[in-house]
Write a protein that binds this ligand. Structure first.
Ligand code: HEM
Length: 411
């Protein structure tokens, strides 16, 4: 059977046929190029996520493309480290750190953030409308999806003073360094950005006192299970992960959702008035085309999965996107069907001990934004449907969503 090239442009454009072949023929498939075992069936992915003892999260943030010595030196000079904190933490410090972060994103806190999301969306959409009127076209990525989740996240974490363009540059560089396939020269550049991000975070962590309502203060107050305070490296590790995962993923979800929904005029026009439709559409996008396409685990002991014997230390790539298109669980998986009764069974946010802490926020934010966009711009059409794609092992989204507003461009 054909093997998969995870970084191939053809795979990022259409991952579905390859994932379907994997599910059918080799559901636990060893990929020579990356040394990862690709796990593509829903039930296998689910079993792995639910067994945190056999399948540990320690490798969640390891660079997929090994980082060569010169770039490692750049990181070392910046004091860069990713000790176990959240997604990569299978130790006893995980539950406490998870609780610390969860307090910022409870259901009531997310509900309180809705007016903020609506306000930012309204401002951005006014700019989109102006651009459409003047030029007849607009790219919704820079105009709507790129910065909004970051502004919301920073406000919810009490960090509105943070320089947003700098944070976006650091976070996109970090994603590419750890999940991309950059050459050595590019790795060097990316390491400089990741190192700067780390230095800046360490400065903020060291300067924080315990009294405030913001993330840095919460980390300063935090106590480990043995009663000791959190080390600077661990506190920086929490911030590094959260400030990237808490906004880049939602940007990606929004870009994919807008691309898919603008292309369906009937659905687009129904979004503002049909109760629950925006939420259901977001769920279908998460199932079929999730922004976090894969996530990793490593076996702590020899085990058997999907009929395959795995040694201890096997690095698994759980194909979350493949699981969402598994016909054993989702009828007609290629059909975009917001009324699907089991749409929320997808694994786009993981499952079990490390289930995403921002799932509620991401869902609410995406539904609010697509509804607001459809209400303000009902006659939007997609200009090109072959955009460049973000092509990282664990992240996939269009980098451009060009639209035209027919009524103004025609006029
Ligand atoms: C569409 C948007 C998002 C997607 C698809 C997504 C997906 C994921 C996935 C797949 C995991 C790993 C789960 C596992 O290992 O079982 C994860 C973990 C996590 N996510 Fe998200 N995420 C999104 C948005 C967010 C947001 C907005 C935040 C914060 C506000 C966030 C914070 C976290 C945290 C803290 C973890 C680690 C949890 C732990 O290890 O205990 N995510 N996310």
């Amino acid at each position: 059977m054909r093997t998969v090239d995870l970084f191939d442009d053809a795979f990022v454009r259409d991952p579905y046929s390859a994932m379907s072949a994997l599910r059918e023929h080799t559901p636990v498939h060893y990929d020579d190029a990356t040394g990862l075992w690709l796990v593509s069936r829903y039930n296998d992915v689910r079993d792995v996520l639910l067994d945190a003892e056999t399948f540990r999260p320690d490798n969640a943030l390891t660079a997929v493309t090994p980082i060569p010595v010169p770039a490692l030196r750049v990181l070392a000079r910046a004091g860069f480290a990713l000790p176990p904190t959240l997604a990569n933490n299978g130790t006893e410090t995980h539950p406490g750190l998870r609780r610390l972060v969860a307090r910022f994103f409870t259901v009531p806190r997310v509900a309180d953030a809705v007016p903020l999301v609506e306000r930012i969306a309204a401002d951005q959409l006014a700019a989109v409308e102006a651009e459409l009127t003047v030029t007849g076209e607009c790219d919704l990525v820079p105009a709507l999806t790129r910065d909004l989740p970051c502004r919301v996240l920073l406000t919810m974490l009490g960090l509105s003073d943070v320089d947003l363009p700098a944070l976006k540059a650091w976070s996109t560089a970090s994603l590419e360094l750890f999940w991309g396939n950059p050459d050595a020269e590019r790795q060097q550049e990316l390491a400089v950005a990741a190192g700067e991000f780390h230095r800046w975070l360490a400065g903020r962590v060291r300067a924080a006192g315990p009294a405030g309502d913001d993330l840095f203060s919460a980390l300063a107050r935090h106590r480990l299970p043995d009663g000791s305070p959190l080390g600077v490296k661990e506190a920086v590790g929490v911030c590094y992960f959260l400030l990237i995962a808490g906004q880049e993923t939602t940007t990606q979800l929004l870009s994919t959702a807008l691309r898919r929904l603008v292309a369906r005029p009937e659905l687009w026009r129904a979004l503002p008035t049909e109760a629950g439709l925006a939420e259901a559409c977001v769920e279908e996008v998460l199932r079929r085309e999730p922004p976090v396409t894969t996530w990793r685990r490593v076996t702590s002991r020899p085990t058997r999965l999907g009929g395959v014997d795995l040694p201890a230390g096997a690095q698994l790539l759980l194909m979350l996107a493949g699981a969402g298109s598994d016909p054993e669980v989702f009828d007609d998986p290629e059909r975009f069907c917001p009324a699907r009764p089991n749409a929320r069974r997808h694994l786009a946010f993981g499952l079990g001990r490390h289930l995403c802490l921002g799932a509620e926020l991401a869902r609410v934010e995406a539904a609010v934004v697509v509804r607001a966009a459809a209400e303000r711009l009902p006659d939007l059409t997609l200009v090109d449907d072959d955009p460049p794609m973000l092509n990282l092992v664990s992240f996939r989204a269009p980098l451009r969503v060009r639209v035209a507003y027919e009524s103004s461009s025609d006029g």
